[in-house]
Ligand binder design. Sequence first.
Ligand SMILES: *Cc1c(COP(=O)(O)O)cnc(C)c1O
Length: 392
Amino acid sequence: MSEEYSRPPVGSPFPEIPGEEAGGILTIDLDAVASNWRTLQKRVGDAACAGVVKADAYGLGLEPVVYALSKQGCGVFFVAHISEGKRVHAVNREATIYVLNGFFPENAETYLHAGLRPVLGSFEEIRQWLVVFPDKASAPPAAVKVNTGMNRMGLTVEEALSPEGKALLSQLNLKLIVSHFACSEEPGHPAVQKQLEAFRAVRGAWPGIPGSLANSSGVFLPEAPYFEVVRPGYALYGGNPTPGKPNPMKPVVRLEVKVLATRSVDAGAAVGYNGRWTAAKPSRLAALHVGYADGFLRSQSGTDDKIRAGAAAAGVLIGGTPCPVVGRVSMDLTLVDVSALPAQALKRGTRAVVIGDGLSIDDVAGPAGTIGYEILTSLGRRYSRRYIGKDL
Ligand SMILES: *Cc1c(COP(=O)(O)O)cnc(C)c1O
């Protein structure tokens, strides 16, 4: 496309770490991100598919992701922080950028200069904005968020429809009405219908103002609640927006880490900090060059308690064979049981697959007791990051 996109410093803001020095190689497939965006855009037809790139594009690197999405024709971005909005603006000067976490008067200049649009979520916040930008004709565009059931941010529906609300909103250069699903990954949940009805009521009071309700899972709801703008994040990065069903998105992330050492232990050997795993039989273990400081979460530890409780074990793949985590995950090291592998299949420097080869971010999240979103945003800074894709 054209000159308005400045080629991003790929890998920024992380220090470049050469592959041979790193404990792990994190590969981020920007073609898959682009393809996922196209899939979502196609699905929502005439609505605009925005890109949610908050939290450094869910940990994958805001600049390269914004660049790749911009090349596809994505022109609307949502961030949580002002600092993230400035980074989007630096990559794509033409982008429409909404800041979900809203406005404080001390940042008015930044909103103006970086072309940011606040998502305003209370009468107080709207009034603060109007003090700085009282003239609708010259004010920067803004969005308003309405709480339709999440009870996190936003005007209540009653506030939005009240005379006071109407008077306040009519003073804004209002470009978007936003709400957010609390349960969109649970199709058929009664909250979905309730939120949809509430959102329609508010939209109805502001004919001509575009609306935006759907996140990734919202795009896959049978109700097709697309309105004018959809706001997927997780699905762009390969997360499954339809839990329990096959993932319609392409995987984006691959993470491989080095095996540092192997050892054999006797039955009864206690392993790792506080000896929370005990070998039931003679076992072979491998120490991996990854730990909780790298986002290999401590909740992925393999303890006797968990095994007795029948909890799903976290693990990695070595040569395609699942190897469960044993003992507590340490800051820089993790132990896995490699007894199932032939000894010759493993040596110092062999790579274990933490994410990839069918082990998805959703698969990793389950035994860790969390969601793939947290797996992505926890990905550490000590990996050698590689971006692949034709637009680099
Ligand atoms: C994070 C976020 C999104 C994106 O949600 P996904 O589930 O990642 O698609 C959309 N809207 C709001 C308000 C958000 O905070």
